[in-house]
Design a protein around this ligand. Structure first.
Ligand code: MG
Ligand code: MG
Ligand code: MG
Length: 332
């Protein structure tokens, strides 16, 4: 059987099924944003890793080494944030062709250090290897109080679905990078490209959600709204309705979509790499979140019975089933 037949998630399932005995004592094991293990009666240690590969995740012709460094750490911080945690220390493993300029590595580390300063992460080691293409793996530790951790699995029927920031901007940014002949104004273009190349994980917001005990479940948006929501609903054993007219999409994303004849809704639903937070809140906290959260977010839907699956509902009440697509490394 080829990986193209089972896909990334099929492969995770296959690996996971054989490793049950090796996950003893883990509060969160394989298949989540981050792993979590108990280190004291009150604290959990978080441990996550993410890799970026040249020509898979980015191309050098539109990405600087600085940006790759910044993004490699930022996407890991996003996974620690997704459970309400705080990042602490990381290791950086790099593979590159022998003819790589040493200055590329310097610039890459400038990006890593910028992100590390911003998110208060220590860089305490790593590994260097020769590789046919450039590859960077960041392994990041974090901490969270046991009573504050937010799982993907806690969403309940009738909970509200909330999202930080705007959706679809990273996908729009990627579309921008592929075209040089756009009429879109310069500031909109820069905004979108930044959304794609230099994501800002919602660490402050996630910690506030955890500290104020506002969410029943949370996940960061790396693969696309529908794809990540599907994972949250699967882990929680529920379904979801998304309200089409409530999905937050930036005006620059809409402008670009209009120019390219693309659907901004498609980008919002299926475009990945927005690195926003998707979280669920029980109905009785609706007023509380509106009053007590110090950042803006949008209410975009509601958790429903598992049998209903995941639907998109428009203003007239018409429901469309969302498609099971999002980024998947092995499917064609
Ligand atoms: Mg994640
Ligand atoms: Mg990861
Ligand atoms: Mg990740």
């Amino acid at each position: 059987m080829k990986l193209t037949e089972i896909g990334e998630f099929g492969l995770i399932g296959r690996i996971r099924s054989d490793l049950e005995n090796f996950q003893k004592g883990a509060i969160i094991g394989i298949g989540d944003d981050t792993a979590a293990i108990e280190i004291s009666s009150e604290d959990l240690l978080l441990f996550t890793t993410d890799t970026l590969v040249e020509d898979v995740h980015f191309k050098w012709n539109y990405t600087s080494p600085f940006q790759v460094g910044q993004k490699a750490l930022a996407v890991n911080v996003s996974d620690i944030a997704a459970v309400g945690g705080r990042p602490t220390y990381c290791l950086i493993s790099l593979g590159f062709p022998q003819d790589t300029e040493a200055s590329l590595v310097d610039d890459l580390y400038k990006g890593l250090k910028e992100a590390a300063s911003l998110y208060k992460v220590g860089i305490i080691g790593g590994d260097l290897v020769r590789s046919p293409v450039f590859i960077i793996t960041v392994s990041l530790l974090g901490r969270v109080k046991k009573k504050r951790i937010i799982f993907r699995s806690g969403a309940k029927k009738a909970d509200l679905i909330c999202v930080t920031g705007k959706l679809g901007g990273a996908a729009a940014g990627l579309a921008c990078l592929k075209r040089t002949d756009l009429k879109l104004n310069q500031s909109a273009r820069e905004f979108l490209i930044k959304r794609h190349l230099m994501p800002s994980p919602r660490l402050v917001e996630a910690q506030e959600i955890a500290r104020k005990n506002m969410a029943t479940a949370m996940i960061d948006l790396s693969d696309g709204l529908v794809s990540d929501l599907t994972r949250l609903t699967e882990e929680s054993g529920v379904g979801a309705i998304l309200w089409e007219d409530k999905l937050p999409v930036a005006s620059s994303t809409r402008d670009l979509a209009r120019e390219l004849g693309k659907s901004p809704l498609e980008w919002a639903l299926y475009g990945g790499e927005d690195y926003e937070l998707l979280f669920t809140v029980s109905q009785d906290k609706k007023e509380k979140i509106e009053k007590n959260l110090d950042f803006s977010f949008a209410l975009i839907g509601e958790i429903v019975d598992k049998r209903e699956g995941i639907y998109l509902m428009d203003k007239t009440g018409t429901r469309t089933r969302t498609e099971g697509r999002g980024y998947n490394h092995f499917l064609k």
